[in-house]
Write a protein that binds this ligand. Sequence first.
Ligand code: HSE
Length: 422
Amino acid sequence: MRIGLAGLGTVAQGLLTLLKENREQIIAVCGQPIDVVAVASRTRREVDLAGADFSHDVLALAKRNDVDVLVELMGGEGIALEFVDAALNGGKPVITANKAILASHGDRLFELAATRGVMLGIEASVAGGIPIIAALTRSLAGNSVERVTGIINGTCNYILSAMSDRGERFEDALAKAQQLGYAEADPHFDVGSIDAAHKLAILAALAFGIPFDRAAVYAEGITDVTPDDITYAKELGYCIKQLGIARRTAAGVEMRVHPTLVPLGTMLSSVNGVMNAVQVNDNATGSLLFHGPGAGGRATASSVLADLLSLVRGDRPIRRLAAATTQRVLPIEAVESAAYLRIPVIDQPGVFARIATILSEHGISIEGAIQRERAIADRKVPIVVVTQPVREAVMIKAVAALQALPAVVDRVRRIRVEHAAA
Ligand code: HSE
């Protein structure tokens, strides 16, 4: 099996190492070696290519007739999408880790692969080394999935864990995640939840048969999560995780990525550092939790290798559910969730009562609350409340009413709370 490899970054280097280290294992499993014979990348890095040809011309690689499969590990859209299109159009199987192109063009690319009768392998596109694509499309294919909940961005989880466990500053934790090779080239893709939204769109498409549609995912980043929020959450019995949630409800499918309070003691609450975890709830198993490294060269290369072995063994390409056009995606305003509210107020009699009244006027019940006994500065004191679940549209109105109170002296901060985590 001869590979044409596009890209020479962290995952591509991990793949080159793994193919070398596991050569005997690979031959034992599939009866032949798998070799990279040609590499193309816009940047030439000091990497041992083990004799493979190197070129800067990525699109020419897609058209070479001396390779059996093209592996796309460049990332980003633009040239990577052109490369995948050219390879599939040329009748070559493609294996890609590119969540960005799949989240926006997945339907078209799968259709193109099916028309040409070739495999499109995407295991490496979500959750690094966790075989979640195989789980959804093969192992659980006959089950009706109700919900997929995941910590699917290693960089965000690394940052939130470092802030929570070691009191690190956001910027320092991000810099470390970048040094360790977890972060995207543009870290805004991680901390702004674009990366996680891409991955959630892929998981939802596979779990529910809805179109691949990144634009339909509601995404909120982690840059507004403060050390105070982490401390108050702990006092109330929660930690803060960046969760992706895709859920089937009677009204439609929810797709959202945002910072979330998760109850301490649940398995998702103990997924730390760069680790990812994906919880699948379905009508046969109840609940499964897949846990493992969600980023990094070797771990993600493991998923690329799995697709390569599938190809060599002649496994049937993954089958998507027939597109369920009847399942609409719910707008975020229609989604129901509980909330943590941090309300900065001037410490004066009756403020808590006024807050409770506003929440009650909107039909929102309070589940827990903290009020600092002493003001922090200038008589300012945060009141922290956890509510029962309520529709987003109602919560938005309630937060606006709280914000309008004269005693509320700074921005009201809201973070959603998820009690259904494993
Ligand atoms: N930047 C991504 C993450 C890499 O942190 O999870 C894996 O997609």
